[in-house]
Design a protein around this ligand. Structure first.
Ligand SMILES: NC(=O)c1ccc[n+]([C@@H]2O[C@H](COP(=O)([O-])OP(=O)(O)OC[C@H]3O[C@@H](n4cnc5c(N)ncnc54)[C@H](OP(=O)(O)O)[C@@H]3O)[C@@H](O)[C@H]2O)c1
Length: 322
């Protein structure tokens, strides 16, 4: 079958590690099923994999991809939940299973014609979502949903700052937060991306690092070192900083005095549970909010989609159709 793989690692030139070609059919462990994929989507996670983050040499070649939607063996239209974990081992939350992994970390991912997943990882796709829209939800949108509503505990009327407006998770945060009745502020290095975030529903857009007119209830952080101190400065006393990524660097100053003196909460968040993915899909169905798609191209042209992400040109999700 056609698949997109990390054939090697290249920290400096991830596209040099990418191969699009024929791979063996997926192996199907007991209790797993094969999904015929219709559409899949690319995440920054796939670029990390090509750079050797989270994978070891002996796991190569690895089929990339966490996001996908397709048809299960019974003919049902499904969205694939990407977290491979046991809820019982995580106190009812599979993301807290110490042995949890994502598709494409220990098991082959979704950037292929077919993928094998545990049966419990299939979530029904409502007819109101297109294949392309459904394929965007399992990673960036699920992460955003859990950051805002589960880990961040935000309520309608709160003000939230989203750092790095152009990113996949960031656009998901803007769309979901606005649809849920939050006041949404964004930052971006690129004024054009700020403008586009306003078109998506953000109330205000600021340059990266710019002083805000008021402190916010919560900051959603996926950029990391480049925006961390601005995130701290922007938060009201007692506010919440939810962090789910560190694209620009992992190790900024923690500024502990800011944390304790102003009684702030710094909360990590990763992906989400199957139950949260179901609620996210229901939220999209009920409100009409839809994932923002940057571009759609055939799976065979995956390299061009990856290049778009690598160059930071994308605004929204890069989708591949199978
Ligand atoms: N924990 C989880 O479950 C989870 C899930 C999904 C993603 N993630 C992580 O979250 C991060 C974002 O993922 P993504 O898929 O949204 O990536 P992405 O689409 O590549 O977005 C990254 C955004 O970060 C901003 N940025 C990058 N470098 C920057 C810098 N030096 N200074 C300021 N801003 C910078 C950019 O925004 P502007 O150009 O607008 O400034 C860019 O659009 C990644 O590190 C990813 O691994 C984690």
């Amino acid at each position: 079958m056609l698949a997109v793989t990390a054939a090697r690692f290249d920290a400096d030139d991830p596209l040099a590690a990418l191969e699009v070609g024929d791979r063996p059919e997926p192996e199907v462990p007991e209790g797993w099923v094969v999904v015929e994929l219709e559409a899949v989507a690319v995440n920054h996670h796939d670029l990390w994999s090509l750079q050797g983050v989270g994978l070891r040499d002996e796991q190569l070649p690895m089929i990339l991809g966490c996001d996908g939607a397709g048809v299960d063996p019974d003919g049902n239209e499904v969205v694939v939940h990407a977290v491979i974990g046991d809820p019982d081992a995580g106190g009812g939350d599979e993301t807290l299973d110490p042995r949890r992994s994502l598709l494409s970390e220990r098991h082959p991912g979704t950037l292929a014609e077919r993928v094998a997943v545990p049966r419990r990882n299939l979530v029904p796709k409502p007819p109101s979502l297109s294949w392309e829209e459904a394929a965007c939800l399992p990673t960036a949108y699920l992460t955003a949903y859990r950051m805002l509503f589960t880990r961040g505990g935000l309520r309608p009327g709160d003000t939230v700052l989203v750092q790095g407006a152009g990113g996949g998770v960031a656009t998901a945060l803007v769309l979901l937060a606005r649809a849920a009745g939050l006041r949404v502020w964004v930052t971006s290095r690129d004024p054009g991306k700020g403008e586009r975030a306003l078109e998506l529903g953000a109330h205000r857009a600021f340059e990266s690092g710019e002083r805000l007119p008021a402190k916010v209830d919560a900051v959603m952080e996926t950029v990391g070192a480049a925006t961390w101190s601005h995130s701290q400065r922007s938060l009201r006393p007692g506010g919440t900083l939810v962090v789910a990524g560190a694209t620009s660097g992992n190790d900024p100053s923690a500024d502990l005095a800011q944390v304790f003196f102003l009684q702030r909460s710094v909360i990590g968040s990763t992906m989400g549970t199957r139950a949260e993915l179901e609620r996210l899909i229901s939220f999209c169905d009920a409100t009409g909010v839809r994932p923002l798609i940057d571009s759609v191209r055939p799976l065979a042209e995956a390299r061009a989609g990856f290049a778009r992400m690598l160059d930071g040109e994308q605004f929204g999700k890069v989708v591949l159709t199978v």
